[in-house]
Design a protein around this ligand. Structure first.
Ligand SMILES: C[S@@+](CC[C@H](N)C(=O)[O-])C[C@H]1O[C@@H](n2cnc3c(N)ncnc32)[C@H](O)[C@@H]1O
Length: 386
């Protein structure tokens, strides 16, 4: 692979603003962003660092070529002109994934097939041997982006999406995707250097684990062992080791408190197991209780809740009581903190009964969702809704 090329980091819709800030905070120059991605320019070191460190991203795509194609045959012809022997090993394995939106292709599988044939025929005709191909995403992943007649061909240097951070062995019910959970925390006003993080209704522990990783300086994908970039010609394992080493130099021991509770003992034990895998179990105080009984320590920080919201679990009537009690809990037990509720049920959000300070829009598994912020002042300053 050439030294420098355009990079497109993708994310869930509505997350690109947060992702762009995250990328800048790692020292990169952002060129542009749209609804589901952030563009920059970079080489091997950058690809490795982005894959390892980003928390709110889904994929790191690295451009191989871009051109115009008005039909599948043109795509095939241009693909065959690329010097694939400098990119994929002849005895390697690749798969093709794509996003296609134009009038020439009705079934994206046909576009994928044309791209695959272009690579295979380049090899056959120039070397008489070709890499294997199939559906597995744990080796070289080629990504085709074809909108109207604009084609970009990328390496998906993540392979399996980095929206999963590799520590969740047990999902429990309705878990948040790790990159989305991280994005909501990055959106909040939580200070990872000193703010307490209280997470009642923790479920499988995604939110508290993401927060504990941030406070410990542990990169988002520290626990991942395989990435797409490891299967591209030019991959240098020593460079990867040095990128991991410099990330490790930033590990720290947090001094603030992390508290996670759930009413279900099974959820708490799953959250504990996941936190063990993530390497942060020792700094989280777990407990089984109704959220109203959660211990909120002296000091300040955030109280972060992701209650059920009737779409997938629970039923709305019962949940009305729960959401009402969240307002009471915030008022009575969380003074001095900032309260956050992440929910996909905008009607239930209204019954919390406190005036939100801010609302942030997210999409969670295609459900229009909100992260709602409540500033919880001590004494009488809390603003009731009515
Ligand atoms: C939507 S899930 C949270 C998922 C979590 N964010 C994750 O990523 O795994 C909601 C959780 O609230 C818990 N829960 C429901 N009612 C509760 C209550 N009254 N007190 C404490 N936890 C409760 C459920 O057991 C469930 O684990």
């Amino acid at each position: 692979m050439q030294k420098e090329a355009p990079i497109l980091v993708t994310c869930f819709p509505r997350v690109s603003g947060i992702l762009s800030e995250e990328i800048k905070s790692l020292g990169f120059n952002v060129i542009s962003k749209d609804r589901t991605g952030v563009k920059l320019q970079g080489g091997w070191k950058d690809i490795m660092k982005l894959n390892l460190r980003l928390r709110s991203a889904n994929r790191v795509l690295w451009e191989i070529a871009s051109f115009k194609a008005k039909n599948p045959d043109e795509l095939y012809k241009k693909v065959k002109e690329i010097k694939w022997h400098l990119l994929i090993r002849k005895n390697g394995y690749f798969t093709v994934q794509s996003y296609v939106k134009n009038d020439f292709i009705r079934d994206t599988r046909f576009a994928n097939l044309k791209l695959k044939d272009g690579i295979a025929d380049f090899y056959q005709e120039t070397m008489g041997i070709r890499p294997d191909s199939g559906p597995d995403i744990d080796k070289t992943v080629i990504y085709l982006y074809w909108v109207n007649d604009d084609v970009s061909i990328y390496f998906d240097t993540s392979g399996e999406s980095i929206s999963k951070h590799g520590y969740r062995k047990n999902p429990w019910k309705a878990p948040m995707m790790e990159s989305l959970a991280a994005a909501t925390i990055l959106q909040s006003n939580w200070d990872p250097e000193k703010g307490n993080f209280v997470n009642p209704m923790c479920g499988s522990g995604t939110l508290v684990i993401e927060a504990a990783l941030m406070a410990s300086g542990i990169p988002g994908s520290w626990h991942r062992r395989n990435f797409g970039f490891m299967h591209i010609i030019g991959y240098d394992p020593n460079l990867w080791i040095s990128i991991r080493k410099s990330a490790k130099a930033g590990f720290r021991t947090p001094t603030q408190k992390f508290i996670a509770t759930d009413i279900s003992p099974k959820a708490v034990s799953i959250a504990q197991e996941n936190a063990e895998v993530a390497g942060v179990a020792n700094i989280i105080d777990f407990g089984t209780c109704d959220f109203l009984e959660t211990r909120v320590p002296e000091g300040s920080g955030v109280v972060f809740l992701n209650p059920e919201y009737g779409e997938r679990l629970g039923d709305e009537k019962k949940l009305t009581i729960t959401y009402k009690s969240i307002g009471d809990f915030f008022k009575k037990k969380c003074a001095g903190y900032t309260g956050y509720v992440f929910t996909g049920n905008l009607n239930l959000a209204k019954v919390i009964g406190l005036k939100p300070a801010r609302k942030y829009e997210f999409l969670n598994a295609r459900i229009d969702s909100r992260l709602i912020q409540f500033d919880l002042y001590a004494g009488k300053k809390n603003r009731p809704l009515k």
